[in-house]
Design a protein around this ligand. Structure first.
Ligand code: NDP
Ligand code: OXD
Length: 312
């Protein structure tokens, strides 16, 4: 079995060793320009167009949860990947726990007003602030898939009211579910905190804009850990500056890295992390891919199949 590998920054040695252990029958090679040799599978992140073009592969595995980058490239170069080659993405493989850590720590920081206390400390002010009632500190999650569902469960464990919004209705314990554009206003009107965990698709690009933000309660908080393309930055800044939003925490940007002259860097009520919400963990990812390849070889259908039309 021949596996092609391409990633702009991953440690190829580590991945090759893990793959050799998990799939001893596989020969793994890093794709080089001009390589048109036989391959059964490809493991990729933002691959060059020529790497996959025309190849009759049994499967392509994207080495992350989001497939927006490869699908955008595919829209620009329709011949880049044959229609009959199944495209898979990673489901969880250790990312859900990281997202839970990020979301819970951020929500608790806002709920306990630690940023406000930090500002008071800078002025040497001893001033207890009014507490936020937990029962109205509702957290709403845009996107209720693999990561959104786990983040919702972790916030429920802290007894916050939690709601989610997705395309189809969900039945997650203790979580209020809203679905479709018609239920978006009702969902938003109760979100003291809005967490974005949607995939970036033609339907969701720019969704966090003035029209959406204006439907949140006054003084809401926004956490974007999905994709930068979801946020209209000028609209977010306007909502912060007029007091509609209390604070925003952003992990993802368009483009990345965030430009040094972006007004987001210095904004006193914006917190920034460099796309570290949940990183791919090689051992778990390889285990998951090896299992999926085993299933494909047996004629079974593994999870993580991407619907190219839907965009996720
Ligand atoms: P999933 O595909 O499992 O979940 C996507 C969710 O979004 C589903 O609930 C889906 O609804 C919903 N959705 C999609 N389109 C729409 C729409 N038009 N309207 C309403 N709901 C919609 O993805 P994951 O949970 O695995 O990952 C989510 C995203 O998180 C990734 O696409 C990636 O961009 C981002 N990410 C960011 C990382 C970081 O480090 N910051 C790391 C990993 C991922 P339904 O269930 O009804 O289909
Ligand atoms: C991903 C990411 O999609 O790292 O996996 O953002």
């Amino acid at each position: 079995m021949d596996i092609l590998f391409w990633h702009p920054s991953f440690d190829v040695r580590e991945w090759s060793e893990l793959l050799a252990r998990a799939l001893p029958q596989a020969r793994v090679r890093v794709w080089q320009p001009g390589d048109e040799g036989h391959a059964d599978y490809a493991l990729v992140w933002q691959p060059p167009v020529e790497m996959l073009q025309g190849r009759k592969l049994k499967g392509v595995f994207v080495l992350g949860a989001g497939v927006d980058a490869i699908l955008e490239r595919l829209r620009a170069h329709p011949g880049m990947l044959r229609e009959d080659v199944p495209l898979f993405r990673l489901e969880d493989t250790g990312m859900a726990q990281q997202m839970q850590e990020y979301a819970v720590s951020q929500v608790l920081r806002w709920f306990r007003r630690f940023d406000d206390y930090q500002a008071l400390q800078a002025q040497a002010q001893w001033q207890p602030l009014e507490e936020y009632p937990r029962e109205t500190f509702t957290v709403g999650i845009l996107g209720a898939g693999v990561l959104g569902a786990k983040v919702a469960a972790s916030l429920r464990a802290w007894d916050f009211p939690v709601r989610c919004w997705s395309r189809s209705l969900k039945n997650y314990p203790g979580v209020e579910s809203f679905a479709g554009n018609e239920q978006l206003p009702a969902f938003l009107s109760g979100c003291r905190v809005l967490i974005n965990l949607l995939p970036s698709t033609p339907d969701t690009v720019g969704i966090i804009n003035t029209a959406l933000l204006s439907q949140l309660p006054q003084g809401a908080y926004v956490l974007n850990v999905a994709r930068g393309a979801h946020v209209v930055v000028a609209d977010l800044l306007a909502a912060l500056d007029c007091g509609k939003l209390s604070r925003a925490t952003l992990d993802v940007f368009s483009p990345e890295p965030l430009a040094p002259d972006s007004p987001l860097w210095a904004h006193p009520r914006v917190a920034i992390t460099p796309h570290v919400g949940a990183v791919t963990r090689p051992p778990q990812a390889v285990e998951w891919i090896a299992t999926a390849i085993g299933q494909l070889e047996q004629g079974a259908q593994p999870g993580g199949l991407v619907d190219r039309q839907r965009g996720y």
